[in-house]
Design a binder for this molecule. Structure first.
Ligand code: NAD
Length: 447
């Protein structure tokens, strides 16, 4: 098939490469000219394991192309995916302006009928509205064809996006016509050879499924964080509780970790968008509001714990391990580490931070004066460099090399042996035996 993917972010670029990998002819379109120029030169603008090789290989084999020009890309297109951003608006609603800009352009430039598929996470009813927006433009052009818009929410996880796309748990297709269903069933067939779970439903149901899935996962995290908070006060270790409840097959172990809160480009904004949708319909969303509130408290928790142990933070040097919102990605959107960083700098601390892939994104996001004035020093090659003379180490992202570090070396580098373990990756007893003050999340047995 000839496929056009609009938006070359985490979702668009991964989808496009995986379709090309299956033999399709794919054109990626993005309005970000710098990004397109980089991709053409073989530089992948995001960190995603396995993506570099897949993009370069398919580009070299002429199955994957990059352009800023939508109009020519649409010649002979069979399927056109929309994979642009839907960030939070100030009031929490999903900002769908990028999606509707694409819809208008499609209406203006589509030379013939094709299957249009929305992959961006959008409020219920958006596929219908996008279809209308395209239709209005087509009507003005007085063309003889119409376009139907399908919903195909994406469930890949950053950090293992290729694996998730190639071997998905399930594919959800929301359509209003059999042609789109058939085309998408054909397109996804090779991805479902081991796990043939393709769910066809209405477009509104598909859109709602994406929000409900993210809201459910965010709820599990906030639930565990609340249990952790209570455990801390009761002298209970949340890690034992996690094992105790995860072993119940109705509960399971996934997404059952207490920590320093969820971040990223999906959970926070999608929970907020769902709350906003409920409010617009005059409905209270007691659970989701509590999920969000707990997350806000949780994200502030690392700073609170540091203050409890160090008193004032003015003039202190803090080592921070992990800046990305989760391991395996360079995405720092709404990352707990960034919130901590901001609080520390406001409090007059000096931060030495290490992350294997997210430092560039941080350097481009934070005020330059933080780096110029050495309030923030970033290290991308050696985590131990960040430790020298620090009064505490905070772990905010559970990158694998952090799990079993050289504690003897750490003890010689840190000025004070205080470790704030924001992801509960260390055993409190072993840490104590090694001479460290270990502060986890909900590790109440310490008190
Ligand atoms: P992103 O911000 O990484 O990328 C979006 C891309 O779209 C950018 O490169 C931007 O330049 C481009 N763009 C914006 N307007 C455009 C236009 N008019 N024409 C062409 N390109 C345009 O976004 P993302 O993280 O890939 O997310 C995309 C969507 O998928 C969002 O709705 C998100 O909620 C959803 N989603 C994301 C993930 C994830 O893990 N990142 C997972 C599932 C679903």
């Amino acid at each position: 098939m000839r496929i056009v993917v609009i938006g070359t972010g985490y979702v668009g670029l991964v989808s496009a490469s995986c379709f090309a990998e299956m033999g399709h002819h794919v054109i990626c379109v993005d309005t970000n000219a710098e990004r397109i120029a980089q991709l053409r030169q073989g530089h992948i603008p995001i960190h995603e394991p396995g993506l570099d090789a897949m993009v370069r290989n398919n580009h070299q084999q002429s199955r994957l192309h990059f352009t800023t020009e939508l109009r020519p890309a649409l010649a002979n297109v069979d399927v056109c995916f929309i994979a642009v951003g839907t960030p939070s608006s100030a009031d929490g609603a999903a900002d769908t302006r990028q999606v509707f800009m694409v819809a208008e352009d499609l209406g203006r430039y589509l030379p013939a009928a094709c299957v249009v598929v929305n992959k961006s996470t959008v409020p219920v009813g958006t596929a219908e509205r996008v279809e209308r927006a395209i239709g209005e433009q087509l009507q003005q052009r007085q063309v003889s064809f119409t376009v139907s818009v399908a919903s195909n929410p994406e469930f890949l996880r950053e950090g293992c996006a290729i694996e998730d796309f190639m071997r998905p748990d399930r594919i959800i297709i929301g359509t209003a016509d059999t042609r789109s269903t058939q085309v998408l069933q054909t397109l996804y067939a090779p991805f479902l050879r081991k796990n043939p779970r393709l769910l066809v439903m209405g477009r509104r149901e598909a859109e709602m499924s994406k929000y409900a899935a993210n809201a459910m996962l965010a709820t599990r995290i906030s639930f565990m964080n609340e249990m952790a908070c209570l455990s801390e006060s009761l002298g209970v270790d949340i890690e034992s509780v996690r094992l105790g409840i995860g072993s119940d097959s109705r509960i399971g172990y996934d997404f059952l970790y207490a920590g320093c809160g969820y971040g990223g480009s999906c959970f926070p904004k999608d929970v907020r968008a769902l709350i906003h949708t409920a409010q617009r319909h005059g409905l209270p969303s007691h659970i989701l509001q509590a999920v969000e509130e707990r997350n806000t408290i949780q994200k502030a928790g690392l700073f609170v714990k540091l203050k409890q142990h160090l008193g004032t933070l003015e003039g202190r040097r803090i080592a921070l391990w992990g800046l990305a919102f989760k391991p395996g990605t360079d995405d720092i959107r709404e990352a707990p580490a960034l919130q901590l960083l901001e609080s520390l700098i406001q409090a007059g601390a000096q931060v030495h931070a290490y992350d294997p892939v997210a430092c560039d994104n941080v350097a481009h996001t934070v005020p330059t004066q933080w780096i110029d004035s050495a309030q923030l020093t970033l290290y991308a090659s050696d985590p131990y460099q960040a430790l020298e003379g620090a009064q505490a180490l905070v772990v905010a992202t559970e990158w694998k090399p952090f799990r079993q570090p050289d504690w003897k070396r750490i003890a010689t580098l840190l000025q004070t042996p205080l470790v704030i373990d924001g992801r509960n990756i260390y055993d409190p007893q072993t840490m104590r035996e090694n001479g460290f003050t270990h502060v986890g999340i909900g590790r109440g047995m310490q008190s």
